[in-house]
Design a protein around this ligand. Structure first.
Ligand SMILES: [Zn+2]
Length: 448
């Protein structure tokens, strides 16, 4: 490193001291100081390794650095690393324990993940009882068997992992673990496409997948429905109150009040959070669909390009693939998801407007004739269904609200419209228009 500052600070310790005096947080610099030999460095290292569990953060080692900055330039670097610094790694925090069983968990997209259930072991101040074995290949490579003694490690915040089996302690005749050919939740034969490490349950109606999808749907990363966690999700499915994730928008207070530990107040709060979720940002709704390869980032990109789920559902794979950062797998998966007959019911719930689901778009379609306008529909239109009217409004850049509020621009009144609704709208200065006028607005014309 050609360091123009070495003249100013002289030493690495001096540089750290300067940084500290400017208010930077400098960690572990008590160990710095010139003039140490190799023995001295190792002493510091051993002391640090012994005290690692007292640190307020996770650390996996130290870096020993040449203190004299002028020497850095003379030592230079190899292709991969500087010659004036060397990383000294602590021994991984590991413990030995016994595997009680291996469970195969089913994820929301059907991925089958083997998880070792272990006798509790203390690793780096934390008790661990579970370790992921990632996938079928990894399980086979490590040859972990129920009843084996294993070395487990925790690295940073990640889920504990099994380093190796302690073969000396393997009981005689311990049978190997056979990865199940069928999904443990629904019995459907699992599939493993060539080139993929993960075995999957291909049955989208698999109860374990449905449960995981519901948990994801309502979870923090998606619709963020307060009070709808894994326990309640399971209960709603067990009680038959929910089959598709969208069924939560059909829940009534009387359904909820029959559930154990669900008081009047918590039922009320839950219904309110469910109601708020109807108009959650579009990217959250896209993420909530549980389409493979579509995480938060891809969901945000799709939401910035499409104004509604309906619009996204009509996008072709080739078009999706032209959006930056949306890879070929994600494009294929999105297009396939919206065309799969298995998702028909779920998708019509999302787009027909009957459940009041109305994701907030990132942006309206450019130049739509109804851009920025808010509509409430009431009564029956003769030329188009409620759902069609709704999707045409959205496609034209407008939004459909479920009830008349101060923000409403137009109340579209079809036949058999309740007088109260039109009177209420008119009383608030909201324009009430009929079908003919509505169609004229849609076509880009001005109202009379
Ligand atoms: Zn299954």
């Amino acid at each position: 490193m050609d360091d123009p500052d070495h003249g100013m600070y002289g030493s690495y310790a001096g540089l750290m001291e300067a940084l500290r005096s400017w208010g930077f947080r400098v960690e572990g610099s008590e160990a710095t100081g010139g003039g140490r030999d190799v023995q001295g460095v190792l002493e510091v290292f051993r002391k640090a390794e012994g005290g690692r569990e007292d640190l307020p953060y996770e650390a996996d080692g130290l870096v020993a650095t040449v203190d004299d900055l002028a020497s850095w330039a003379r030592l230079g670097t190899t292709a991969r690393a500087p010659r004036w610094a060397v990383a000294l790694k602590f021994k991984p925090l590991a413990a030995e324990t016994r595997v009680v069983s291996i469970e195969v968990q089913v994820g929301r997209t059907g991925a089958l993940t083997p998880v070792a259930q272990m006798e509790p072991a203390r690793v780096g101040g934390v008790t661990v009882t579970q370790a992921t074995l990632h996938n079928e290949d990894e399980l086979r490579r490590k040859d972990v068997r129920p009843g084996d003694w294993v070395r487990v490690r925790r690295a940073g915040d990640v889920i504990p992992e099994i380093l190796e089996v302690i073969l000396d302690r393997r009981p005689e005749g311990l049978p190997p673990f056979d990865f199940p050919e069928a999904c443990p939740a629904c019995g459907t034969p699992s599939v493993r496409p060539p080139g993929e490490a993960v075995r999957r349950c291909p049955n989208r109606s698999c109860p374990a997948q449905i449960e995981q999808r519901l948990i994801h749907f309502a979870g923090k990363a998606c619709l963020d429905i307060d009070g709808l966690g894994p326990k309640l999700a399971r209960l709603l499915l067990d009680e038959g109150l929910v089959r598709l994730p969208t069924d939560i928008f059909r829940l009534a207070r009387k359904d909820l009040e029959t559930l154990p530990r669900m008081g009047e107040k918590s039922a009320q709060n839950l219904l309110e959070s469910i109601d708020r979720a109807r108009t959650a940002p579009l990217w959250r709704w896209i993420h909530a669909l549980s389409v493979r390869h579509v995480g938060e980032r891809v969901s945000q990109i799709l939401a910035s390009r499409y104004a509604s789920l309906g619009e996204l559902s009509r996008a072709e794979e080739a078009e999706l693939a032209t959006l930056g950062e949306v890879g070929p797998e994600a494009s294929r998966a999105v297009a396939a998801f919206f065309r799969s007959p298995l998702n028909k019911e779920f998708l019509s719930d999302l787009t027909d407007g009957l459940l009041g689901i109305d994701p907030a778009p990132e942006r309206a379609p450019e130049g739509g004739p109804l851009a920025g306008l808010r509509f409430v529909l009431t009564g029956t239109l003769s030329g188009l269904t409620r759902a069609e009217a709704k999707s045409r409004i959205t496609a034209a850049g407008g939004r459909v609200l479920s009830a008349v509020t101060g923000d409403t621009d137009y109340l579209v009144a079809g036949d058999r419209t309740g007088r109260n609704k039109t009177a209420a709208a008119a009383g608030r200065g909201i324009k009430v228009i009929g079908e003919e006028e509505f169609l004229r607005l849609l076509a880009g014309g001005k109202e009379d």
